[in-house]
Structures are given as structure tokens and as C-alpha cells.
Design a protein around this ligand. Structure first.
Ligand SMILES: [Zn+2]
Length: 456
């Protein structure tokens, strides 16, 4: 096949290796990796001299237009994926979370249809809140339709919390179908008590966020869910693990043979609970909350040890007005931080540049492993021949300062405001099309596809 595009002169970075290579693209896919200077002529040649050429980022945890309580986050597929591609991410995995009275499959099919509005491809996690006799059939249908991952929560009682029996049944059913539970673990009874004590003492506003959701709640819940997974021999993926202790529980289970995976998210790896003592504590309210600085360091260390599987964003695009409107009581606040656009640059700068994380490990954590654990590999998360030509060309030495006004997320703030970063994407390709050129959106055409995932 004649190539459509050649990316020439760069250093290709994969999860396992990196080196100088030209990327030959035909029909929207990677046709070959060629020795430098040996690629055939192509109508479009992208010069990547001095740049890293990486598989586009895969964000395994991204909420698009998410309704929780009285609030709906402010983006849609078009807005969220526009921000994603500006930040070098070319695949997002969204959630279809039922409201009370809705059933998981219906909600997933509604959300799935929105993928076409995206500038890049997306996949979906379904969600089970309550067990009933129709759930097994719904899960079988979802897995067959390429939605094998199902989100569950051990917190938010009365909204999305599932009881242990529901978790066990869902895990067991999914394991037999080739699916997997992805779970938010914070023991709701411990949090409920901590919140009540905070409220009684007049310490329930945003500045007190960290104390209302202690790390012990996460530890307790992770231990319980691991025991269930081990007991029924089911795989399990823990979302947004915020403490080293939680990650270590999962790692210990993995050494016993449990198929257990740890996701971290960028804000828990970079920001700490001092943010709750600053001018805008409400802007940092997320669950689990930001942790003390020593815990952030300990968590970050596990990027190097290999115990962490993936880095997501847990993107949730609320604005300051939404956050401020209930900031006197964290129990009523919209939880979550915008981050789909900043995930890669923040982690690259803070961990690859400042702390020496190998860039191959960066690609593994932010693209290859998210694709693998979500059943999207090797179509996504790699530049090996046959993969979709989703490519992020990265200037590793660009210095820039983060400011919300220069970002593209549908909100008025970023938790990283004012941070000086090194490294950013310059050119981003989605299935062989140049979408971002020299930092500017050049192709805003919605061409997103819903990706059918298959866990192996
Ligand atoms: Zn989330």
C-alpha cells in the first residue's frame, strides 16, 4: 500500500523500547516503522526532528457530561475530545453511570452513540449499582457489544454505591463473560462517620475535604474488594488509587496470582492536600481527596517500581461557580477535577523530566497499559504495524506555564494554574489525520468511533 503520511526524523517511544525510526502511515494505520531515512515517499511528510513520536495517549478514566447529584459536568464529546487531543490524548474511556431507576445497558447504549461527536475515538465503561435478575443478561449483551468493563462504587450511598453482594455477583458474572469490574473503593461507613464528626465540629467545608475522606477508608475497601475478587477468581481494576498503601495491597494480591490492577490519576501524583488551605479549596475537591505531601511522594514512587498499572485523569469538568455553590458542605459538592488535557504534560514534566521516570515507562503508564487493561490493545496504545495511526509528536524541551485561559477544557480553571512545565505535544494525529499541528487545532471534524473492547 502506498503511504499517505510519513513521520520522519523523530525518536519513536513505545512501552518497551525507544529509538530513531520513521513511521509510515497508510489507510489510517501504521504500515511500518522504518530505519531513519528509508521510508518511501508520501504526499504528507511530518518532520519530527528533535521530537518524541509516541502512541497517542489513552485516558482510561474520563467523565464526559457526567451528572451526579444536582450537577452535570460542562462538556460533551466534542468539547472533551477537543481538549484531549490538545493534550496529546487520542482515546478516552468514558463511563455510563445509571441514575436511580435507570438500567446499565440502556444508559450505556445512549452514551455510546455520542462517540461520533468526538474528534478522537472512545470506549466506555458500563456501571452496575444494584443487582437484579436482569443484570446477567444486560452484562452479557454489553460484553458482546464491546463494553466488557463495568464501574462499581463502594461509596456514595443512595446514589451509585453497590453493596458487597452486588459487587460479588457482578464480578463473578463478568469473569465468566470475559469482563472485569473497575471499582472506586472508599468504605462508605468510615467516610460517613468522618463527615458527621466534621459537620458536628463545624469543619465540613471545602478546606476540610481531606479529613472527611481518610486514607483508611480506601485501605479498608480495597482489602475487602480484593478478597471478593480472589474468592471468586475474578479480575479487578482499582480506579484512582490515592495512597501507596492501597497500591501495595493490590500488588501483594497480584503476587498471589490475583488479576488485580492499580490505576492512579494525575492529580493524586502531583498535587497534595495543601491545596485545601489555599485560596480556592473548592476547586480541588475530588474523591478520593488530595493526600498529604509525604503520601503523594510514596504513591509516585510506585510509578518507578512497576506496581502502578495506569495513569488516568478522572477528568470531570465542573467550573468554579459549580464548585463554589456548595463549598460550605463537601457532602453536597460536585466532586472531580478537569484534567483530560493536562494529564500527559503534567506527568511528563513532573516525573520524566524532574524525577527521571523512563519515557518508555511514561508511554506504558499513559497509553499502552490503559489500552491493554481496557481491551483496546494493539489497536490503540502502540505504534506497531497494524495499530491505528494515533500519534502524539512531543517536544520534550518546550517550557511553558499552565494557565486555564490557554487550555481547551469546558471550565474556567485548572488545578495546575501557574505551574511551569517542560514538554508538550506539538502535532497530534488521529487515525492518520493531522488534528493538531504545531499546537493548533487544524481539523475539528468529528470523526470519533466507539471502540469495541475485548479483554484478553
Ligand atoms: Zn471517576
Amino acid at each position: 500500500m502506498r503511504p499517505d503520511v510519513v513521520v520522519r526524523g523523530g525518536t519513536v517511544v513505545e512501552a518497551g523500547w525507544s529509538g530513531p525510526a520513521d513511521v509510515v502511515i497508510a489507510g489510517g494505520r501504521v504500515a511500518a516503522l522504518a530505519a531513519p531515512g528509508t521510508a518511501p515517499p508520501a504526499p504528507t511528510v511530518v518532520d519530527a526532528t528533535g521530537r518524541l513520536v509516541m502512541p497517542g495517549g489513552v485516558d482510561p478514566h474520563c467523565h464526559v457530561g457526567f451528572t451526579s447529584g444536582d450537577f452535570t459536568s460542562l462538556d460533551d464529546y466534542r468539547a472533551c475530545t477537543t481538549a484531549a487531543v490538545h493534550g496529546g490524548t487520542t482515546t478516552i474511556v468514558d463511563f455510563a453511570i445509571p441514575r436511580p431507576g435507570e438500567n446499565p445497558a440502556d444508559v450505556a447504549y445512549v452514551q455510546r452513540a455520542k462517540a461520533a461527536e468526538g474528534l478522537c475515538d472512545s470506549a466506555l465503561h458500563a456501571c452496575v449499582v444494584q443487582w437484579d435478575d436482569t443484570v446477567p443478561e444486560q452484562l452479557a449483551g454489553l460484553v458482546a457489544d464491546g463494553v466488557p468493563t463495568v464501574k462499581m462504587f463502594t461509596t456514595y450511598s443512595g446514589e451509585t454505591m453497590a453493596d458487597e453482594d452486588t459487587v460479588l455477583r457482578t464480578m463473578k458474572t463478568l469473569a465468566a463473560l470475559g469482563g472485569m469490574v473497575v471499582i472506586h473503593c472508599e468504605a462508605d461507613h468510615i467516610i460517613g462517620d468522618a463527615q458527621q464528626r466534621g459537620a458536628d465540629a463545624g469543619r465540613i467545608g471545602a478546606p476540610h475535604m481531606a479529613a472527611t475522606r481518610p486514607g483508611l477508608a480506601e485501605t479498608a475497601s480495597v482489602a475487602e474488594i480484593l478478597a471478593i475478587a480472589e474468592s471468586v477468581d475474578a479480575p479487578v481494576y482499582f480506579v484512582h488509587q490515592s495512597t501507596a498503601e492501597a497500591v501495595e495491597l493490590v500488588a501483594a494480591a497480584r503476587r498471589r496470582g490475583v488479576r488485580a490492577y492499580s490505576e492512579t490519576v494525575a492529580h493524586h501524583l502531583v498535587l497534595d492536600d495543601s491545596a485545601y488551605r489555599g485560596d480556592h479549596p473548592e476547586r480541588f475537591v475530588c474523591c478520593p481527596p488530595l493526600r498529604p505531601a509525604d503520601q503523594v511522594r510514596a504513591l509516585g514512587q510506585h510509578l518507578f517500581t512497576g506496581e502502578v498499572t495506569t495513569i488516568g485523569s478522572d477528568h470531570c469538568c465542573y467550573d468554579t461557580a459549580q464548585k463554589e455553590s456548595r463549598s460550605a458542605d463537601v457532602r453536597a459538592m460536585p466532586n472531580g477535577l478537569p484534567g483530560v488535557e493536562t494529564r500527559l504534560p503534567v506527568i511528563f514534566s513532573e516525573y520524566v523530566v524532574r524525577r527521571g521516570l523512563p519515557v518508555t515507562r511514561f508511554v506504558e503508564l499513559t497509553a499502552a497499559n490503559p489500552a491493554r487493561t481496557n481491551g483496546l490493545y494493539p489497536r490503540k496504545g502502540t505504534l506497531l504495524p497494524g495499530a491505528d495511526a494515533d500519534i502524539t509528536i512531543w517536544d520534550p524541551s518546550a517550557h511553558w506555564r499552565v494557565t486555564a485561559t490557554a487550555l481547551h477544557m469546558a471550565t474556567d480553571y485548572t488545578p495546575y494554574e501557574g505551574m511551569h512545565l517542560t514538554g508538550r505535544p506539538t502535532t497530534v494525529m488521529v487515525r492518520g489525520r493531522i488534528v493538531i499541528d504545531n499546537g493548533t487545532l487544524t481539523d475539528p471534524t468529528p470523526q470519533g468511533r466507539h471502540l469495541k473492547a475485548t479483554l484478553t
